[in-house]
Each structure stands twice: as structure tokens, then as C-alpha cells.
Write a protein that binds this ligand. Structure first.
Ligand code: NAI
Ligand code: MG
Length: 358
């Protein structure tokens, strides 16, 4: 028996709805493959937890997660709790403590989705963004002074370390090298305006280039890169970016391949010393929370990425194929994709397609 332990953190808002569907899909996968088994432990860590206990997760939260094979998370954040509190109280500590320094975000047009970019097909839109996930602009260094006075001020420092930059770059280089298509790596920079950390980043790109002779590297300023995502998305294979640049870039990446309802992400600890975490790119979507209409496909694609990471490549592929069958058929879709179906309907239908294909 291939037996995996999964920590479920549905979180807030639509996180709860989409994780339920993802788990349903995992159960369907196990039904089909009798040798595969998942044990789930659910944690109610969320903004509601914060309202009751004054913290997003208990003090020993990280300790309790450490032993799992994977973490499957919905979204955290809800009106009433400031976003920096929910983020720094749960998501960022997990990413950092478990050295999930790679954030993988595929920008891939699935079968059945029409890109808002005119004339673009699946062939043009198929690349991967690797976002640095542990340091960079999202650092806790800085402070606020003279609040409530005319001298009110804030400073936030960026942190770029040799270790942090080299490991994310090497991961991206390896991926570009393994990607037989064109072995192209695009590095997001802004070394004209940000004159310490970005030249530092570029310098390591240059040094590491020598270790990967087959990879064709280009350094592109982040503003121009945003424009190129729209005007020439077909030229990318692997894009590597710092924490903030990668965050912004991947919402745009999501938009050109069908929106946040579809976009998945994986927070990876490549050494597998700690659990990796799989979560949709989207947040808790308070505007549609409780309506039962959130698109579960982003969360279900995450299930596919989790299976892949666990070494269950066949199941991973089957899940993504079932998702694409449902998209292509176009009958059971949530409103963000122009349909009328509920979150549950879509989850159920994907399970049906999975069983049909088995
Ligand atoms: P959001 O992603 O929650 O929503 C943005 C827009 O996309 C909304 O109009 C929403 O209805 C729509 N949308 C998102 N996911 C969807 C889905 N699965 N199906 C259909 N429509 C979907 O981002 P927003 O509004 O900026 O943030 C809301 C809360 O979520 C905030 O508290 C924020 O801090 C938190 N957040 C948490 C994240 C996480 O836990 N990883 C990531 C992003 C935001
Ligand atoms: Mg984001």
C-alpha cells in the first residue's frame, strides 16, 4: 500500500468549499487505484480561529504539521482580520519553517479554456513560473515610527541572500534544462531601479549560467516582462522571479489562461526534509464565499501537483485529464467560466470523468 498522510487546512471563505472537492477527487483516485491510500487530518486554523484564540494557529502548529507527507491548503484571510496578520500568522511561517523555497505556478492553457488573449492556443501558452518563496521583498525587517504624527513613516527592507538566490536559480535552471522544448530561462529583474538587490540577483544568474551550458538565459525587467506575458507568451519556457515579482506576475499568468478559479500553486521543499504545501493561487474570495459557486478547479489541479510531487505521476495525469475533459465538454462549469454549476457539481463531475476514464 502506498499510504500518504495529508494535513488539510481549508482556512477561510471559499477555501473550505474548494478543499472539500479536492479531497473528493483524491478519494476517487484511491477508489480507482486500490494500492493508493490517503489519511487526512483536518485543522481548523483560520481567521475564525484567530477570532476565538487570538492566533491563526496554535503555538505548536508547525510542530504538528511537520510529520505529514503533504499539506493541502485552501486560503486564509477574511474581512475583520488584517491581511498581514492572517498571512504572517499561518501561510508564511509554514512556507519558511518547512523551507518551501520554491513556488511553482504553471501558466498553461488547459483544453477547453479560451484565453482572453486573441488568437492564442494551448501551444502558445505553456510555461512555468518559479517564484522565490522564502525571502526577498516579503521580509519582516523594517518598522514604523512616529505613528499618528506628521513624521509618520515606515521602512520595509528586502532580503536577498546568496543561499536563497542560488537555490531558487539552480532549481529554475534545472527545470529549464529538463524542459526539452527550448531550454529557455527568463529571469525577472529590475536592476535599473532597484540598484542593490537586483544587480545581486542578476550577478548570480550570470554565474550559474556557466553551470548549465544548454540553457538559453535572458534577463528582462519586470515591467517589460508583464507586457511580454500579454504580447508574446509563446516565447517562455521557465520564468524565475523574486517573491514579490513572482507573486504579481502569476496573477497575470493566471489571467491569460482562464483566471484565478483555475490557477494552482505548489510550495515545494525540494529536499523533501519537510512537507510541501499545495494551494490554489486565489484567496478566500469573500465576495462569493458561502454562495457555493467558487470554482474548485484550481484546488483540484493542486491535487494533481501534489500527486506528482509524491511520485504518483499516473494519478496526477489522470486528474488533470479529467479536469480538461470537464472543461472541454463545457456543460458543468462555475459562473467564473460562464456556467451555472455549483462548486459541488464541478467536483462531482470531475470525479465522474475520472471513473469513466479508469
Ligand atoms: P481572491 O483571490 O480571494 O479574489 C479575487 C477575485 O477573484 C474575487 O472577485 C473572487 O471572487 C475571484 N475568485 C477567486 N477565486 C475564485 C474561484 N475559485 N472561483 C471563482 N472566483 C474566484 O483575492 P482578494 O479578494 O484579493 O483577497 C481576498 C482575501 O484572500 C484577502 O483576505 C487576502 O489576503 C486573502 N488571500 C489569501 C491567499 C492565500 O491564502 N494564499 C492568496 C490571496 C489572497
Ligand atoms: Mg498572490
Amino acid at each position: 500500500m502506498r499510504d500518504y498522510s495529508i494535513a488539510l487546512i481549508p482556512g477561510d471563505g471559499i477555501g473550505v468549499d474548494v478543499i472539500r472537492e479536492g479531497r473528493k477527487v483524491l478519494e476517487a483516485v484511491c477508489e480507482i487505484d486500490g494500492g493508493l491510500k490517503f489519511d487526512y487530518t483536518e485543522f481548523d486554523w483560520s481567521c475564525e480561529h484567530y477570532a476565538r484564540h487570538g492566533k491563526m494557529m496554535p503555538d505548536d502548529g508547525l510542530e504538528r504539521l511537520r510529520g505529514f507527507d503533504s499539506i493541502y491548503l485552501g486560503a486564509v484571510g477574511y474581512p475583520g482580520v488584517p491581511d498581514h496578520v492572517s498571512l504572517w500568522g499561518l501561510l508564511l511561517p509554514i512556507r519558511r519553517a518547512f523551507r518551501q523555497y520554491i513556488n511553482i505556478r504553471p501558466v498553461k492553457l488547459l483544453r477547453g479554456i479560451r484565453s482572453p488573449l486573441a488568437g492564442r492556443s494551448a501551444e502558445d501558452l505553456d510555461f512555468i513560473v518559479i517564484r522565490e518563496n522564502n525571502e526577498g521583498e516579503y521580509s519582516s525587517m523594517g518598522g514604523r515610527m512616529y505613528e499618528g504624527t506628521p513624521l509618520d513613516m515606515a521602512i520595509q527592507n528586502s532580503v536577498f541572500t546568496r543561499t536563497g538566490v542560488e537555490r531558487v536559480l539552480r532549481y529554475a535552471f534545472r527545470l529549464a534544462q529538463a524542459n526539452g522544448k527550448r531550454n529557455r530561462l527568463t529571469s525577472a529583474t529590475k536592476s535599473n531601479g532597484i540598484n542593490h538587490t537586483m544587480p545581486f540577483w542578476d550577478e548570480y544568474v550570470g554565474r550559474i549560467t556557466a553551470e548549465y551550458p544548454g540553457v538559453e538565459v535572458s534577463n528582462v525587467h519586470i515591467d517589460a516582462l508583464c507586457a511580454f506575458f500579454v504580447t508574446k507568451p509563446d516565447t517562455f519556457d521557465v520564468v524565475v522571479a523574486s517573491n514579490l515579482f513572482g507573486d504579481i506576475l502569476t496573477d497575470l499568468g493566471a489571467a491569460i489562461v482562464g483566471g484565478l478559479g483555475i490557477a494552482p500553486s505548489a510550495n515545494i521543499n525540494p529536499e523533501k526534509e519537510f512537507p510541501s504545501m499545495f494551494e490554489p493561487v486565489h484567496g478566500s474570495a469573500p465576495d462569493i464565499a458561502g454562495k457555493g459557486i467558487a470554482n474548485p478547479i484550481a484546488a483540484i489541479w493542486c491535487v494533481s501537483m501534489m500527486l506528482e510531487h509524491l511520485g504518483e505521476a499516473e494519478a496526477a495525469k489522470a486528474v488533470l485529464e479529467a479536469v480538461q475533459d470537464v472543461l472541454e465538454e463545457g456543460q458543468v462549469l462555475t459562473p467564473d467560466l460562464g456556467g451555472k454549476a455549483s462548486t459541488r457539481d464541478v467536483g462531482d463531475h470531475i470525479c465522474r470523468k475520472l471513473r469513466l476514464a479508469a
